[in-house]
Design a protein around this ligand. Structure first.
Ligand code: ZN
Length: 461
C-alpha cells in the first residue's frame, strides 16, 4: 500500500486530525534529554481503543510495522522509527476515566501524563506515588510499557507494582481487556505482565487500572554528606530501620555529580560544602509532621553520632524540600560540556564502590579529560552513570567499560530505562540464553509478523 492510500485509509478511520504527515511529525519536539527526530511514514493519533484496534488491523493486513509512542521521554531509543514505519501516538487518549477513592484505584487512558494523574487524585486525599523527572511529559502507557521506576521505588515499587489491570491491543488488532481492579487475582496467568516492560513489542497498551496510595501528610528531606561508601550502606539500613517504614527515597550522589549540580551555571547553591566523597538525599513520608519531623532529625543525629554522616542540611519547609529535590533532579547539567552518554545499571550495593572505581579508572586511562558523574537510586541498587569523554565520542568503547564489569556481578545493563535499540547488543550480559529464547517465544506467539516496535529489545529473528 502506498503512503497516499494509507493516509486516506487512516483518515477514514481517525478523521483529519488523526493523521500527521512525516514532515510534520519530524518537526515535533524531541524527547527528554535526547535530540532525536521522529522519522516515519505517517503518524496516527487514535482517540479510543477501537481506533487503535482499527489501525493495527489495517497495518497487520498490509504488513506495515508500527512504533507506539507515549511521551517520548525514554532514553534508550525505544521510540525511534524509520520512514517505513507508522508511528502510533497515544497522545489523544488522555482521559482519566475514573477515580475510585474507596477502592483506591484510578482508570486512565494510556496517553494521560504521569503528572496529570498525580494532580487529579490529590483532591481525593490520594497519591499516585510513581514519580520521575519527566513526569510532565511521560505518559502512563509509556510508564507501563517500560516499567518505569524513578525516585520512590524503595517505598512504592516500580510501575509494575502500581498496575492492577490493563487493556492492550495485539498486533493483529485483537483487544485484550484485562482491567482488573482487585489487588489479589490469581485466576490463571497474570497477562498484564506480558505488556508491562515489554516496550511496545508485544502489544499497545491503551487503558490502565492503577493502584493509588494514601496521600502522605508529612514530608521530611535532608541532604547529608558521608565520609566513605561503607557509611552510605550503613546509613541506608539505619534510616530504613529508624523511620519504621517511612523511608521514601534514598538518592546518592558521588562527589563529582554533587559538585556539578551545585556549581554555576546550575541554579542551586551548595547546601553543604563541597569536598566529601558522597552525598545523599534522604526522604521520609508519613502521617504526622509533628511526630515525623523530630523522629527524622533524631535518626539523622544518631547517624551522625555513629560517624556515618559528617554534615547535614535538613529542609524546614515544603519549599526547601523541593529545592533539595531540584538539585538532585538537575541532570541536564551533565550536558554542560556537550551531549554525554547516559547509563542506567543495577548491581549489588556491596559491589558499587569497586564497580564505580573500575569504570572511572578505565575511563581515565583512555580519556584523561573525561567527566564521569555517578548518582542514582542507591536504595534500589540502581546507579546512573553519565560519561562525557572530553573527546570525540566513542559510545561503543564507553559501553564496554560500563557494561562488561556487570556480568560477573550479576548486575543489569538496564535498571529502569529498558533496552530499546541502545542496549540490545548487551542484553546477553544480563539475561541467559534460555531467558532470551523464552522472550523470542513470547514475541513469536504474540506478534509472528514482527510488526510491533520491530527491532527493539530483541534482534529480529
Ligand atoms: Zn532514575
Amino acid at each position: 500500500m502506498d503512503t497516499d492510500t494509507l493516509r486516506a485509509h487512516l483518515r477514514d478511520l481517525l478523521g483529519e486530525a488523526g493523521v500527521v504527515d512525516a514532515a510534520d511529525a519530524a518537526q515535533r519536539p524531541a524527547g527528554f534529554m535526547r535530540q532525536d527526530t521522529v522519522q516515519c511514514r505517517l503518524l496516527a493519533r487514535p482517540r479510543s481503543t477501537d481506533e487503535v484496534a482499527a489501525v493495527l488491523r489495517l497495518c497487520h493486513a498490509q504488513r506495515i510495522p508500527v512504533v507506539p509512542h507515549g511521551g517520548r521521554t525514554g532514553l534508550v531509543h525505544g521510540a525511534d522509527a524509520t520512514p517505513a514505519q507508522l508511528v502510533l501516538s497515544l497522545e489523544r487518549m488522555n482521559a482519566i476515566e475514573a477515580i475510585d477513592p474507596r477502592q483506591r484505584v484510578a482508570v486512565a487512558q494510556a496517553g494521560v501524563t504521569l503528572q496529570a494523574l498525580q494532580e487529579a487524585v490529590q483532591p481525593h486525599g490520594l497519591a499516585f506515588p510513581l514519580d520521575l523527572g519527566a513526569r510532565g511529559s511521560a505518559t502512563l502507557g509509556g510508564n507501563a510499557a517500560t516499567n518505569a521506576g524513578g525516585n520512590r521505588v524503595i517505598r512504592h515499587g516500580m510501575m509494575r507494582e502500581r498496575v492492577l489491570g490493563l487493556e492492550a491491543v495485539l498486533a493483529d488488532g485483537t483487544v485484550v481487556s484485562s482491567l482488573n481492579r482487585m489487588l489479589k487475582n490469581n485466576a490463571g496467568y497474570d497477562l498484564k505482565q506480558l505488556f508491562i516492560g515489554s516496550e511496545g513489542t508485544l502489544g499497545v497498551i491503551t487503558r490502565l487500572v492503577l493502584r493509588l496510595a494514601e496521600l502522605p501528610a508529612s514530608q521530611n528531606v535532608a541532604l547529608v554528606a558521608l565520609p566513605d561508601f561503607d557509611a552510605v550502606a550503613a546509613l541506608l539500613g539505619h534510616m530504613d530501620r529508624a523511620l519504621g517504614g517511612g523511608l521514601s527515597a534514598f538518592e546518592v550522589m558521588w562527589r563529582a555529580f554533587y559538585e556539578l549540580v551545585t556549581t554555576p551555571p546550575a541554579a542551586s547553591a551548595p547546601p553543604l560544602a563541597h569536598g566529601q566523597p558522597f552525598y545523599a538525599l534522604v526522604e521520609s513520608q508519613g502521617a504526622d509532621q509533628a511526630l515525623d519531623g523530630p523522629r527524622f532529625v533524631a535518626a539523622l543525629e544518631a547517624a551522625m553520632a555513629q560517624g556515618w554522616i559528617v554534615d547535614a542540611a535538613v529542609a524546614s519547609s515544603a519549599r526547601e524540600c523541593a529545592a533539595l529535590w531540584a538539585l538532585r533532579d538537575d541532570v541536564m547539567q551533565t550536558a554542560r560540556h556537550g551531549w554525554p552518554f547516559t547509563f542506567d545499571v543495577s548491581l549489588p550495593i556491596a559491589a558499587m564502590e569497586g564497580y564505580v572505581a573500575q569504570v572511572q579508572g578505565a575511563l581515565a586511562a583512555r580519556w584523561p579529560a573525561h567527566h564521569c558523574w555517578v548518582f542514582g537510586h542507591l536504595g534500589d541498587g540502581n546507579l546512573h552513570v553519565v560519561v562525557h569523554t572530553g573527546a570525540d565520542g566513542d559510545r561503543e568503547a564507553v559501553e564496554q567499560i560500563v557494561y562488561a564489569p556487570l556480568a560477573p556481578l550479576q548486575g543489569s545493563v538496564s535498571a529502569e530505562h529498558g533496552i530499546g535499540l541502545e542496549k540490545k547488543p548487551y542484553l546477553h550480559l544480563s539475561r541467559s540464553a534460555a531467558e532470551i529464547a523464552l522472550m523470542r517465544t513470547l514475541k513469536q506467539a504474540l506478534d509472528p509478523l514482527q510488526l510491533l516496535n520491530p527491532g527493539k529489545v530483541l534482534h529480529d529473528s
